[in-house]
Design a protein around this ligand. Structure first.
Ligand code: GLA
Length: 661
């Protein structure tokens, strides 16, 4: 199977989305000149080119793309060629309204933006297949082609009649009979029993709360329907070019896509990362996305998009202060990225994203943004031979599963304040601040390679996952679980007793009587810390260690954190310092140590292959004491020798090779 290394060939890919159709052809020569100056070796072409390539149904206009492919190749720039199927031309919706999505109210989602397609529409799929076929036939042998990029950020949802028919086929394959579906969805409730497949519809707007299991299956179906679209295009390009890797770019923690399932269908796992430059923990977010994507890729991965400056889709769009783009780019490389790319090469002058930054911003080649881009390009060129292809080891796994997230999102949950991605982020942040090497895993993955596994929250756990966790602890692993875990089975059927009985035994919980969710901003006093978001009325089995008890409110005196052997259960969300301390205790017992001990706050150390990356996410300079034993070090970016203390400017990075390595 082709892989990222077939495109990188020992380098780090550097470049971005290139949308030359927005510019007069005279600009192209300037583009390639600047790309050369910046060390750009890869661009993604054609993501939104459908209307240009197929101006009317069945017509083809490839001349401009021929010229671009040749021009880029002549300048040593490889092409990640996109199928343009994320944005159908207006003629499609206008001639074939059935290709347009309908929202849950039955309203049409019109053209005039992008992504206005129904994944279940045979007409859309036929047009998408045809343009993909022609692109692959025309450019499959072009020497500039290094990778295929299918569609873009698959994220559409549709509730139309065609989708309903497709949903029924998906359900029939899953359940076999309507009776089995009735059983799984619990349709005895509120007289929802279905008598025939044709009665089943997507969870459209309804009078009151909708069936949670139906909602869960619809999310599963939607992810699968989009994956079918991806796989159809992938199969076409793979038939033409079996040796060229294929990817599609994920939005990290995007709710609509089970990225574990998708990653298994890609040769290269790529992701778009946009931390808010104003977020003091933006570096942690970047780290978390890197850890997640590397785990999905099980090796090197690709930053398909990031911003050189501001985005334009937040309420307030902050630019990146000098140094931040470089810091986040090198951080991604530290965490296993072999490609650092941007949306987009040249900032647009028109259209909805004209205030979104580009590598060449409106300020042009003299601007600070481009100067920084050039510096990053030069450094990545130096780093490539030292690090491309190298792996990043992780001691700790964070468990994450889209199905658990989806199930917890349904109508009628005990609290609307529990935001799953925020809970995951809080736990990852504690690991990040402690300096551990962490990755992500699915609850059914083999966990035996990790010293410690943490479960921020998995409301839904399959039987296989429960057995996997119990087996992991029985095999000597340390497990730390957060609240609202193991509550429901695969069909979102509650496991009575508040939590699966096997997990209660594992954690030493005799009873879980009630959940006591907290209001927004409310805290509950526990021994030595405050809990937030949630609390639980628990009774411990004899022999279970109560690590901390509730000290305030209705639950005063009852266990808040308990532990049986290597299995810990945390029934609230401790405030950040306390979660960090708690995970520190569990980690110490599990033999997990920070990559480099004793670092100042907001300084991160990551080991990749033979290199040690030291990154200052703080906005002030710091001095970092490095372990003497491994020194002296050589900074591979500057060539300088570093012994003892390392000075890092604000947002500074050093990439070090240890003596003897
Ligand atoms: C996404 C898309 C791009 C662009 C950027 C803007 O990542 O894939 O086309 O819209 O967002 O941040």
């Amino acid at each position: 199977m082709p892989a990222l290394r077939d495109a990188t060939r020992g380098r780090i890919l550097f470049g971005g989305d290139y949308n030359p159709e927005q510019w007069p052809e005279e600009t192209w020569a300037d583009d390639v000149r600047l790309m050369k100056e910046a060390g750009v070796n890869s661009v993604t072409l054609g993501v939104f080119s459908w209307a240009r390539l197929e101006p009317r149904p069945g017509a083809r206009d490839f001349g401009w793309l021929d010229r671009l492919m040749d021009l880029l190749h002549a300048h040593g720039v490889g092409v990640v060629l996109a199928t343009p199927t994320a944005s159908p031309p207006p003629w499609m919706g206008s001639r074939h309204p059935e290709t347009l999505p309908r929202d849950e109210h039955g309203q049409t989602v019109w053209w005039g933006s992008r992504q206005q397609f129904c994944a279940s529409s045979p007409t859309y799929r036929a047009y998408a297949a045809a343009i993909t076929e022609d692109l692959a036939a025309r450019y499959g042998g072009h020497p500039a082609l290094t990778m295929w990029h299918i569609n873009n950020e698959y994220c559409t949802h549709c509730w139309c009649d065609e989708t309903a028919r497709h949903f029924r086929r998906w359900l029939a394959a899953r359940y076999g009979t309507v009776e089995a579906l009735n059983e799984a969805w619990g349709t005895a409730f509120w007289s929802q029993r279905y008598d025939a497949w044709d009665e089943i519809i997507p969870p459209r707007r309804a009078q009151y709360m909708r069936n949670p299991a139906q909602q869960l299956d619809f999310r599963r179906f939607t992810s699968d329907a989009l994956l079918e679209c991806y796989a159809a295009e992938r199969d076409i390009v793979a038939r033409h070019t079996p040796l060229v890797p294929v990817t599609t770019n994920f939005m990290p923690f995007w709710v609509g896509q089970d990225a574990w399932a998708w990653a298994g269908q890609e040769d290269v796992v790529s992701v778009d990362i946009y931390p808010d430059p104003k977020d003091p923990f933006g570096g942690q977010y970047n780290a978390m996305v890197g850890d997640m994507t590397r785990s999905q890729a099980n090796g090197p991965w690709m930053v398909m998009e990031q911003a050189a400056g501001p985005v334009n889709w937040r309420g307030v769009n902050h630019p990146k202060p000098p140094g931040l783009n470089r810091l986040l780019s090198l951080q991604s490389v530290a965490r296993g990225a072999d490609a650092v790319c941007y949306f987009q090469w040249r900032q647009s002058r028109q259209g909805a994203e004209k205030f979104h930054s580009g590598m060449v911003s409106h300020a042009g080649e003299e601007g600070r943004t481009f100067r920084e881009v050039k510096r990053i390009g030069a450094e990545l060129a130096r780093l490539g031979p030292e690090v491309a292809g190298a792996r990043v080891a992780a001691d700790v796994a964070v468990l994450h599963d889209w199905h658990a997230w989806w199930a917890g999102l349904q109508d009628g949950m005990p609290s609307r304040e529990v935001a799953y991605p925020e809970v995951v982020r809080a736990w990852h942040r504690a690991l990040w601040e402690n300096g551990y090497a962490a990755g992500f895993a699915h609850p059914e993955h083999d966990l035996s390679g990790y010293r410690m596994v943490v479960v921020p929250q998995l409301y839904l756990l399959t039987d296989a996952a429960v057995e996997n966790l119990a087996g992991y602890v029985a095999g000597g692993g340390t497990l730390v679980s957060g609240f609202l875990t193991g509550v429901a089975d695969e069909d979102d059927r509650v496991r009575t007793g508040g939590m699966d009985v096997r997990l209660r035994e594992l954690f030493g919980i005799r009873t879980l009587e009630e959940w006591w969710p907290l209001d927004k901003g409310e805290t509950v006093a526990c021994d030595g810390f405050d809990g937030t978001l949630w609390s639980e009325e628990l009774e411990a089995e004899g022999g279970t260690e109560v690590v901390a008890a509730y000290r305030g409110g209705e639950l005063a005196g009852l266990p808040a954190v308990l532990r049986r052997g290597r299995a810990w259960y945390v029934s609230t969300l401790p405030e950040p310092g306390a979660l960090r301390e708690l995970l520190g205790r569990a980690a110490a017992g599990a033999g997990v140590r920070p990559v480099v001990a004793g670092l100042p706050d907001l300084v991160e150390a990551v080991r990749r292959g033979e290199l040690l990356f030291v990154l200052n996410h703080g906005r002030v300079p710091v001095t970092v004491e490095l372990p003497d034993a491994a020194g002296p070090y050589r900074d591979v970016l500057t060539g300088a020798e570093v012994a003892g203390a390392l000075e890092l400017e604000r947002f500074g990075v050093a990439v070090l090779r240890e003596a003897g390595r």
